[in-house]
Design a protein around this ligand. Structure first.
Ligand SMILES: [Zn+2]
Length: 291
C-alpha cells in the first residue's frame, strides 16, 4: 500500500472510532482535572476549556491545537479548509530511531491529521483572509514539504482574492526527516510572502508557544505585524545551546514574548482572548489603507 492510500485508510478508521466514542469522551472531559504547567494550580478541564486554555490564576497560555485556534479567531461557520488532500511522502526513506513513515503513521493516529498545518479561507470580524495554523501536536509542528506547499497555496489564494494572510506558528522548526526538502521550504515560503508583500497585501504573523528554528528563521518573522501570545517561547536555537556556545548565563525571561517586545523583535503581545478583535481591527485598518 502506498503512503497516500495508507493515510486515507487510517483517517477513515480514526473518524469511525471518534464517532463511536463521542459520548464517552464528553463525560471523561467533564470529570477531568488538569494542572497548570506554570502555577501548578489544579483546575477542572472544562473550566480551563471555557477560558480557552488560559489559566485563571496566573494567565499562563497553554498550548492549543489548530482546530481550537481556528474556532477562536475565525468568524463562526466561515472557515473553508483547503489542501487537505496533500500528504507527506518519504523521498529519502529516512530512518533515525524509527522510520519517517512510522513517525507519520503515529502522528496521524495521534492527531487525525496528515500535516502540522491546517489552512483555509475565512473572515475575521467580517474581513476576508487566508488563515494558516500550525498544530504542535503533529511532529512538533515541524515544517516539511506539505506544510511549505500549503503556505504557498494560501499566499496564491490571497493574491487571487486580493486579501491578506495570517499564519499562526507553533513549531520546533524544519522537519529533519525531510532534510534539504524541508530546508527548501524556508526559501519557498519566503518567496511566496514576498509576492504577497509586492501586491500590497498584509501578512500578520502570530507567534505562539513555541516558535523556533527554520520557522522563526523564515516566514514567521516576515510579517508586517509580528504578534505574540503572552509568555510564548520564541527563538532560533534553544537557550541551552546558546548558553553552551557563548559560555555565559542568559538573562531572565530570555526568548519569552515580553523579552522580545522589550528588545524590539516583535510588535505586540496580544492575550489569546483579545486576539480575534485585534486581528479584525488590523485587517480593517489594512483594507482601508489599500483601498
Ligand atoms: Zn496557572
Amino acid at each position: 500500500m502506498d503512503l497516500k492510500n495508507f493515510f486515507s485508510k487510517i483517517k477513515s478508521d480514526i473518524l469511525e472510532k471518534e464517532t463511536k466514542n463521542k459520548g464517552s469522551k464528553v463525560i471523561e472531559n467533564q470529570s477531568h482535572w488538569i494542572k497548570c504547567p506554570s502555577c501548578e494550580s489544579m483546575m477542572f478541564f472544562k473550566e480551563v476549556e471555557n477560558l480557552n486554555h488560559v489559566c485563571p490564576k496566573c494567565n499562563y497560555h497553554m498550548r492549543i491545537g489548530a482546530n481550537k485556534r481556528i474556532a477562536l479567531i475565525a468568524d463562526e461557520g466561515t472557515f473553508v479548509v483547503h489542501d487537505e488532500e496533500l500528504h507527506p511522502t518519504d523521498p529519502l526513506e529516512f530512518v533515525d530511531r524509527k522510520s519517517y513513515k512510522k513517525r507519520l503513521e503515529e502522528a496521524l493516529h495521534k492527531t487525525g491529521k496528515t500535516s502540522s498545518i491546517v489552512s483555509g479561507s475565512c473572515t475575521i470580524h467580517g474581513a476576508p483572509v487566508e488563515l494558516v495554523v500550525f498544530d504542535f501536536s503533529f511532529m512538533g509542528g515541524s515544517l516539511g514539504s506539505v506544510e511549505g506547499e500549503k503556505i504557498v497555496r494560501a499566499c496564491n489564494r490571497a493574491l487571487e482574492k486580493n486579501h491578506g494572510v495570517i499564519i499562526v506558528s507553533a513549531s520546533g522548526g524544519a522537519r529533519m526527516q525531510e532534510s534539504t526538502f524541508s530546508l527548501m521550504q524556508m526559501a519557498k515560503t519566503s518567496a511566496a510572502l514576498k509576492r504577497v508583500d509586492n501586491a500590497g497585501l498584509p501578512f500578520i504573523s502570530i507567534l505562539t508557544d513555541p516558535t523556533f528554528g527554520g520557522v522563526s528563521a523564515s516566514f514567521a518573522f516576515l510579517g508586517d505585524i509580528l504578534m505574540a501570545e503572552p509568555g510564548a517561547l520564541i527563538g532560533f536555537a534553544g537557550a541551552r545551546v546558546i548558553k553552551q556556545t557563548i559560555g555565559k548565563d542568559l538573562p531572565t525571561g530570555f526568548q519569552r514574548s515580553e523579552f522580545l517586545l522589550e528588545h524590539g523583535s516583535i510588535d505586540m503581545i496580544t492575550p489569546r482572548n483579545d486576539m480575534k478583535k485585534t486581528l479584525g481591527d488590523l485587517l480593517t485598518l489594512f483594507a482601508k489603507q489599500t483601498a
